[in-house]
Ligand binder design. Structure first.
Ligand code: 5DS
Ligand code: ZN
Length: 261
């Protein structure tokens, strides 16, 4: 039962539709963002992030990515404004990345991909009672996507990469309290937005995507620590490294991408 999906030849994005037919739906993510085809919408206000309370709880390896989970009984850590009609509460953030030297972002910009992509997953707790209910509603989730580009060391990302050895194996989790994701934001909150889906099974078409245009800079050394994570559990003999955990761009199917810029 449950997720036997992955990013390999036998279980990767090209066969997810066999178990999750919505993979061939009409509002799937990620997509290739073409900046000059995005419509600049003056009615789109700025994104407002209230991340000043850092209610992170733990960091975990779920066999697909590394995830930092937040206490979402607390309605102080929210995203609002921009394309959103309500404030959405932060639930978790996680990353997607490539192999050594390869690219690993999910969204691409005019066909170009970045080294990695950070997703901050929020849910509409005003309209829906639980995260699970929101996750299946067309306006249930808002995911803020931030590109990571290789360059200088990111001083705050070290707090995350230094914790990765504690969650090396699939299924491992460790305390990770008081982390404020504000420190992972670029200087500009200019964004593109469109209606899409989760980029991993169950691929629910419930996401308002908000992708920041400006990437953050992280070092190759920091990225290499993500690749130290394993897909396999501690007791398994085989050790398979977690890398290239990204889904390629999906058909736009006539969707409009709007830009705040
Ligand atoms: C149920 N949740 C929180 C998620 N399910 N799939 C997620 C994907 N990793 S993504 N990339 O956020 O769509 S996040
Ligand atoms: Zn993601």
């Amino acid at each position: 039962t449950g997720d036997h999906w992955g990013y390999g030849i036998e279980d990767g994005p090209s066969v997810w539709h066999k178990t999750y037919p919505i993979a061939q739906g009409n509002r799937q993510s990620p997509i290739d963002i073409v900046p000059h085809q995005a419509s600049c919408d003056p009615s789109l206000g700025p994104i407002v992030l209230n991340y000043d309370h850092c209610t992170s709880m733990n960091i975990a390896n779920n066999g697909h990515s590394v995830i930092v989970e937040f206490d979402d009984t607390d309605d102080r850590v929210v995203i609002q404004g921009g394309p959103l009609d309500n404030p959405y509460k932060l639930k978790q953030f996680h990353f997607h990345w490539g192999g050594k030297g390869c690219h690993g972002s999910e969204h691409t910009v005019a066909g170009n991909s970045y080294a990695s992509e950070l997703h901050l997953v929020h849910w509409n707790a005003v309209k829906y009672g639980t995260f699970e209910e929101a996750a299946t509603a067309p306006d249930g989730l808002a995911v803020l996507g931030i590109f990571l580009e290789t360059g200088d060391d990111h001083r705050w990302l070290n707090m995350i990469t230094d914790a990765l050895y504690m969650v090396k194996f699939k299924g491992s989790v460790t305390d990770f309290e008081g982390f404020n994701p504000m420190c992972l934001l670029p200087s500009s909150l200019d964004y593109w937005t469109y209606l899409g889906s989760l980029t991993t099974p169950p691929l629910y078409e419930s996401v308002v995507w908000i992708i920041l245009r400006e990437p953050i800079m992280v070092s190759e050394k920091q990225l290499s620590k993500f690749r130290m994570l394993l897909l396999t559990e501690e007791e398994e003999d085989q050790r398979i490294h977690m890398e290239n955990n990204f889904r390629p761009p999906q058909p736009l199917n006539g969707r409009k991408v709007r830009s705040s810029i």
